[in-house]
Design a binder for this molecule. Structure first.
Ligand code: HAM
Length: 435
């Protein structure tokens, strides 16, 4: 047996209170805004049969070929940790027959939680990361595309994020895409030798992905390539035009990006990404991505049902919020810190803390035998608004002083009447500050 390894796995993180509070703020905002748009939360397993992801993401996608956390379980079933949210939600949609007449259509749902991809860890790229995502099934209306894009923009704006850009493109329907694929290959073939190694592989397997190659020379070659717009069917063209018009009407800014393709293979028609234009944050540029997909529900054995959705990377969102000074990275403060002097006061102090907590206040006290001076220091460090000191005298008279740490003002509180009086005491002290 080798030396035990007790280190956190590469590309994962431990989060503590100050961090987690920002996560909760984001999650709460998502729940609030998404429910305004009629989306309900769904929770699906963090692992599924390998095929669930392999079939949906596309056999040639990086996610499936290189990044899957897959394993055989003790029953020798080939399983994988979820690399993204869409596949599991589609699987659940089909398995639970959510397309049935007793369910709302479109069926609009959102999720949040950890996703796993075996990627090379770097800025904005982790092996366990978290997505907030949405999916809506059962409508081909372009107004739904506009609604989904609007919702992600409103959500990010509500969090205080600035310098955002929505990049919009269309991949057309199956027919448009096939025609375009052929045209693209015909254009790229004569340049094959000049393409990067990755792109050479893609030329056969997934030529559209060459369009968003990061290689400079590839980009030069791609600049003159035909665009999907020349190959769109009338229907796809009309759909895309309508999406743009709805977005214009709603005042949502976007930019058409003809070279944008997505890393997962299930998309058709509208695709979009939300990114920051802040040049200092290149590694974490894309915060959210999504689009329409039409074949997935069928692929899982359900009736032909269109879907649309997006996934948003929470770690990337947070680093952006931090960079823009919009993230609140500090622990929760306290309403009350109770300083107690001497052993005899411990019981009474704990009792008071419990009573305050029952009334809805946050309250804490020392459990480590600190000196009075150090208890006051703790109260400051914990950002306590009010401090109550309990010594022998207070225990005997059953009366304490509530000190407002912001103003230094004090007020009396009868310990026999905490439940009826404390709200008034707090209100009086706070009112004095506002005078
Ligand atoms: P995706 O573009 O693969 O789409 O991922 C969505 C977002 O997840 C990315 O924009 C990024 O913010 C974040 N993300 C992806 N990989 C990592 C990583 N290794 N580390 C940190 N963040 C990452 C999807 O997953 C689709 N399921 C979105 C969708 C839903 N399309 C339709 N419905």
């Amino acid at each position: 047996m080798g030396k035990a390894n007790f280190q956190r796995p590469k590309g994962t993180a431990d989060l503590f209170e100050e961090n987690v509070r920002e996560w909760q703020r984001i999650e709460q905002q998502a729940r609030e805004i998404f429910s305004r748009y009629g989306y309900g939360e769904i929770r699906t397993p963090m692992f599924e049969a390998f095929d669930v992801y392999a079939r949906s993401a596309g056999d040639t996608s990086d996610v499936v070929t290189k990044e899957m956390y897959d394993f055989n379980d003790k029953g020798d079933r080939h399983m994988a940790l979820r690399p993204e949210g869409t596949a599991g939600v589609v699987r659940a949609y089909v398995e639970n027959k959510l397309f049935g007449p007793e369910h709302e259509s479109p069926y609009k749902t959102f999720y949040m939680g950890p996703m796993f991809r075996y990627e090379r860890p770097q800025a904005g790229r982790f092996r366990q990361f978290h997505q907030i995502g949405v999916e809506a099934f059962g409508s081909t209306e372009p107004s739904l595309d506009a609604e989904v894009i609007t919702m992600v923009v409103k959500f990010l704006a509500a969090l205080g994020l600035k310098d955002l850009k929505v990049a919009l493109n269309t991949l057309g329907d199956q027919g448009s895409r096939q025609a375009y694929r052929d045209a693209l290959v015909a254009y790229l073939q004569p340049h094959a030798a000049e393409l990067s190694k990755d792109s050479q592989t893609r030329l056969e397997k997934n030529p559209l992905r060459i369009l968003d190659s990061k290689d400079e020379n590839d980009q030069k070659i791609v600049a003159d390539a035909p665009t999907i717009f020349d190959y769109l069917s009338d229907e796809s063209k009309a759909h895309f035009e309508a999406v743009k018009t709805f977005l214009d009407d709603l005042g949502i800014d976007y930019e058409i990006d003809q070279t944008m393709v997505r890393g997962l293979d299930y998309y058709n028609d509208t695709i979009f990404e939300v990114m920051t234009t802040d040049p200092n944050l290149k590694g974490a540029a894309t915060i959210a991505g999504g689009g329409r997909y039409s074949g997935l529900v069928e692929e899982f054995g359900g009736p032909e049902t269109p879907g649309i959705g997006f996934g948003l990377g929470v770690e990337r969102l947070i680093s952006l919020l931090q960079a823009q000074g919009q993230a609140e990275m500090k622990p929760a403060g306290l309403d009350f810190y109770l300083v107690h002097i001497g052993d005899e006061t411990q019981a009474k102090t704990l009792e008071l803390a419990t009573a305050l907590r029952d009334l809805g206040y946050s309250a804490d006290l020392d459990f480590t035998g600190r000196s009075v001076k150090s208890q006051f220091k703790t109260a400051n460090r914990r950002d306590a608004r009010f401090v109550i000191t309990l010594g022998d005298e207070e225990v005997q008279t059953n009366k304490v002083q509530v000190k407002d740490m912001q103003t230094g003002h004090q007020a009396d509180l009868d310990l026999a009447q905490v439940a009826t009086d404390v709200a008034d005491v707090v209100a009086t002290l706070v009112a004095e500050e506002e005078k």
